[in-house]
Design a protein around this ligand. Sequence first.
Ligand code: OFO
Length: 173
Amino acid sequence: MISKKMADAINKHMNLELHSAHLYLSMSSCANALGLKGAATWFSVQYREEMAHFFKFYTYLIDQGENIELLAGKAVPNQYKTLLEMVEKTLVHEQLITKCINDLSEQAVKEKDHATQIFLQWFVTEQIEEENNDRDLIAKLKMVGDNGYGILMIDAEMGQRVFTPPPGTTVMI
Ligand code: OFO
């Protein structure tokens, strides 16, 4: 049993996760256009992670007997000058997602909705990792500045990232 208010808030956030997926898929294509194949891989893995997050929310609402509502997606930017700009924008976006997850958690506490509180715990922890990954990359990119060799080293490292489906996700991704 979930309140209408809680279900609506989760539905809205589920759509934001889908927006995140589009944002990172677009960044993947922009990284590719800059000749940074490793970064393109990193962002495509990020895209798949966001789709997994989307499906976690989707499945939760379905399991709670709710009908999901897909809201029309907003267009995402497709022009970035540098990899640093992309990763900085990624961090800002993830900070917004963290705030949204915290707001959902607060609402679940207020409503004494224990099931939703437990469900959201995974996302609370996940957001620490998401922001941390971005901060690490920003620090490295600032360290190398305009040095092409340094950027290529970071690009090669980013290309090592592989997608690991988060626990409880289906094979829909
Ligand atoms: Fe789903 O964590 Fe990023 O947006």
